[in-house]
Design a protein around this ligand. Structure first.
Ligand code: PBG
Length: 320
């Protein structure tokens, strides 16, 4: 033998020396679910040990994240049914929960990086990401609302907006609206290659936002497609996205790599609620070693090419 490959695996020291992939707290975006009320910390039934937080508890959480070295968050709001309507008007409420959540985070820890979800599903009685007419999800009408919503989030102090809706042309519209309104320092993290996936199930429990009719396949991508992901990503780059995202992550590592090889801006991946739930459920039964599964799944996402990772495991990962 000219060379024995096991030489580089002989001891922990040499394995550390030649390891190609490392994850640090800097790599994470922490998704947070915000709800109305006081002192609310509700566990999400399909996401063990993950919670919806009222604004007071959001402060506590932000302080904890900051002390762990986790410096960016992605905010989602759970809107009461009574505030959901066909026009998704609550999405544009200047004193709505998202606005107050952004302000709360910034008051608590001004340096933490705040990204906000931009889509209409939490505000719609139908649970769809856009405005609905009959059974159709309207594109251009939705894009207008998303652009206004983005300006509202920016004015409340959001550093980045993160459109997760998959309407066509929304990145361009959001960018123009931000420029027109003077928000020249607000960035856009676009969910560019977002697939219509069963792995979002637990998230829809968290926000009570499961679609009331049909599914999301007329706007989210078909998981049989890879080339189409590149088209979506390049469109968003041209429209002015600062960061593009692939979602979900674990079952889409090939897409992450392909996107990473294609663009010259940072690539994010979202390890979604169903990925979290699978690892949690199997670990609770003793069928998987939880810590090992967390580290392996996150490392695979990073190795595939993700520069940053949105994950419900961020805190678990950093703590160990
Ligand atoms: C909705 C949105 C979803 C997620 C993020 N934003 C769900 C969906 O598209 O139905 C999923 C996140 C997760 O599952 O963790 N705009």
């Amino acid at each position: 033998m000219n060379r024995r490959n096991r030489t580089l695996r002989k001891s922990p020291a040499i394995r550390e020396l030649v390891a190609e992939t490392t994850i640090t707290p800097n790599d994470f975006i922490v998704p947070l679910f915000v709800t109305e009320g006081k002192n609310v910390k509700e566990e999400i039934s399909s996401m063990p040990n993950y919670y919806r937080l009222s604004l007071d508890n959001l402060k506590t959480e932000i302080n904890e994240l900051w002390s762990l070295g986790l410096k960016s968050v992605l905010l989602f709001v759970k809107v009461p049914d009574s505030l959901k309507d066909e026009n998704c008007s609550e999405a544009l409420n200047k004193n709505g929960l998202m606005v107050r959540a952004i302000q709360t985070v910034k008051e608590t820890q001004p340096e933490i990086f705040v990204m906000t979800d931009v889509a209409l599903d939490p505000f719609s009685p139908h649970g769809h990401d856009g405005l609905v007419k009959g059974y159709e999800i309207l594109n251009d009408e939705t894009v207008k609302v998303l652009a206004e919503m983005s300006v509202l989030h920016a004015s409340a102090g959001a550093d980045f907006v993160a459109p997760s809706d998959m309407m066509d042309g929304r990145v361009k519209a959001i960018r123009s609206a931000l420029e027109l309104n003077g928000f020249t320092k607000t960035g856009i993290l676009s969910y560019s290659a977002k697939y219509a996936s069963c792995f979002y199930g637990p998230f829809r429990d968290a926000l009570d936002s499961a679609p009331g009719f049909g599914d999301k396949k007329t706007y989210q991508m078909d998981y049989r497609n890879r080339t189409e992901a590149i088209k979506e990503v390049l469109d968003d780059v041209n429209e002015g996205a600062d960061i593009v995202m692939v979602k979900p992550a674990g079952a889409y590592l090939d897409i992450i790599r392909e996107v990473k090889n294609t663009v010259n801006i940072p690539v994010a991946a979202y390890q979604v609620s169903g990925e979290y739930a699978m690892i949690k459920a199997a670990s609770q039964r003793g069928w998987l070693n939880e810590q090992a599964a967390i580290i392996e799944s996150l490392t695979a996402i990073k190795r595939a090419g993700a520069d940053l990772i949105a994950s419900y495991f961020a805190k678990d990962f950093v703590r160990r």
